[in-house]
Design a protein around this ligand. Structure first.
Ligand SMILES: [Zn+2]
Ligand SMILES: [Zn+2]
Length: 171
């Protein structure tokens, strides 16, 4: 599908909405399509994109009702270990939006963004028992042992660069 075509189906000519029609929506939205003007969205849309279906209808001369279903996978950081974690979305959205009086088109993307924002999960975990990152040494405790107590001899060694330590052994 060409970009121009995508552009067209995400921006609906307002003249198409007159006469009480329910204008059907069915398109795929990708990360690059989002504007996120206020930088409030967490997470990324997965490479396959999100599938948006539903319809638009004119409520009155100034407002459009957007009825959307959004399904697909988003990627959030795990709240504990920060690993990219897929999250299955199945969102519905039904909100009216004002029509910009000077615009010829109605842009669906702000509705999509609002839907993603209001449905954003509070916290995503890569697995329910994610062990997170060690606050001391920063290792991902799901995959590695904590290194905080690696130099288990005297206190004097604290903070010594391991490379220096290796050098010291050579001397
Ligand atoms: Zn995790
Ligand atoms: Zn540690």
């Amino acid at each position: 599908m060409s970009l121009a075509h995508l552009e067209f189906i995400m921006k609906i000519e307002i003249s198409e909405l007159h006469g009480g029609v329910q204008y059907p929506l069915d398109f795929q939205v990708y990360s690059k399509d989002l504007v996120d003007e206020n930088q409030e969205l967490n997470g990324q849309i997965s490479d396959e994109g999100l599938h948006v279906t539903g319809h638009l209808s004119l409520l009155n001369r100034h407002e459009v009702m957007a009825d959307l279903q959004i399904t697909g996978t988003m990627i959030f950081e795990c709240a504990r270990c920060l690993q990219p974690t897929p999250y299955q979305c199945n969102y519905t959205y039904r909100e009216s939006s004002e029509i910009n009086p000077s615009a010829k088109d109605f842009d669906v993307i702000p509705c999509v963004e609002e839907c993603l924002y209001i449905n954003e999960p509070f916290r995503v975990l890569c697995k329910p028992d994610c062990k997170g990152l060690c606050p001391g040494c920063g290792v991902n405790l799901n995959f590695e042992e904590c290194r905080c107590n690696d130099s288990d001899h005297s206190d004097d060694d604290n903070g010594i660069d391991p490379r220096m330590e290796a050098l010291k052994k050579l001397l």
